[in-house]
Design a protein around this ligand. Structure first.
Ligand code: PAF
Length: 282
């Protein structure tokens, strides 16, 4: 496994693979890797002959009062995990390598519409533009045939799918199921911000989503009431929910004839912002 920081070194590494016409699978990450990321790399290993993992805490997708500065940077531990997962190339650039003409870039990729401008888009203005822009840059640099993302960031996955479809990008997007701790909490780098008492309550977010999903599977369609009930449960447990909603997989409002729905939520617990979702087939 090779770890490169510079774009020129990335090109040198990849040119050897490309010369052999090997297909590249990319796993974009912000590092601080856990078992959820490992599952993405395992899938990449099945889908591509060369597995590239990028590690870059992208300032462009963080709001001014978000956790960019304190986001955990753990390259040495990440490299161990990636070595064990048989990644071929780790690309860990600095901000100046990713935005060589200057930061912030003058060019960005903005995905509009319901897919990007509701839920996370409402509470994190500019976030998906930051994500779409950096993922676009990564696709340009790495030129993967396939890229793998976690379904924990369900809306992000749909935004990227839409960007790829709108811009005719020659890359297949693969989503992988969320990995959970034994108590149901979705694995996330941000879980380590939780104080012990918050960590004990954190699985209630998944439980609330699951309660809405179960009631929906049993036939309830009063989504506003259902979601309000579960938001109240979370508030009583000390969460500050931002949204808890039922949507079509593409984030549009639920239809009469929905075949699949997704329940999505974001909530603060202490100083930590947690997001999660569960999907259900009807
Ligand atoms: O999901 C993430 O870790 C990030 O949003 C991504 C896709 C690596 C872009 O910075």
């Amino acid at each position: 496994m090779r770890i490169v920081h510079k774009v020129s070194d990335l090109h040198t590494e990849l040119s050897d693979w490309r010369a052999g016409l090997e297909s590249v699978a990319l796993v974009p990450t912000m590092g601080n890797l856990h078992a959820g990321h490992a599952s993405l790399v395992k899938r990449a290993r099945q889908l591509g002959e060369c597995v590239v993992v990028s590690i870059f805490v992208n300032p462009l997708q963080f709001g001014p009062h978000e956790d960019f500065e304190r986001y955990p940077r753990t390259l040495a531990a990440d490299a161990k995990l990636l070595e064990a997962e048989h990644a071929d190339v780790v690309f860990a650039p600095a901000v100046a390598d990713m935005y060589p003409a200057g930061y912030p870039p003058l060019t960005s990729v903005h995905v509009g519409g319901t897919v990007a401008e509701t839920l996370e888009g409402d509470f994190r203005p500019g976030h998906f533009t930051g994500v779409a822009t950096v993922v676009n840059i990564l696709f340009n640099l790495v030129q993967p045939r396939v890229a793998i993302f976690g379904e924990k960031d369900w809306q992000q996955l749909q935004v990227i799918r839409r960007m790829v479809a709108d811009l005719g990008m020659p890359v297949r997007i693969v989503g992988m199921p969320t990995l959970r701790e034994a108590d149901g909490l979705a694995m996330s780098s941000r879980n380590q911000y939780l104080q012990p008492d918050e960590r004990a309550r954190a699985p209630l977010l998944h439980a609330a989503l699951q309660a809405v999903a179960t009631a929906t599977a049993e036939g309830r369609r009063d989504f506003d009431v259902l979601c309000a009930e579960q938001k109240a449960v979370l508030e009583n447990a000390g969460f500050r929910p931002q949204y808890l909603e039922v949507r079509e997989p593409d984030l549009t409002p639920p239809r009469e004839d929905s075949a699949r729905l997704v329940v999505l939520a974001a909530a603060h617990l202490g100083a930590t912002r947690l997001i999660d979702n569960v999907s259900l087939r009807l």
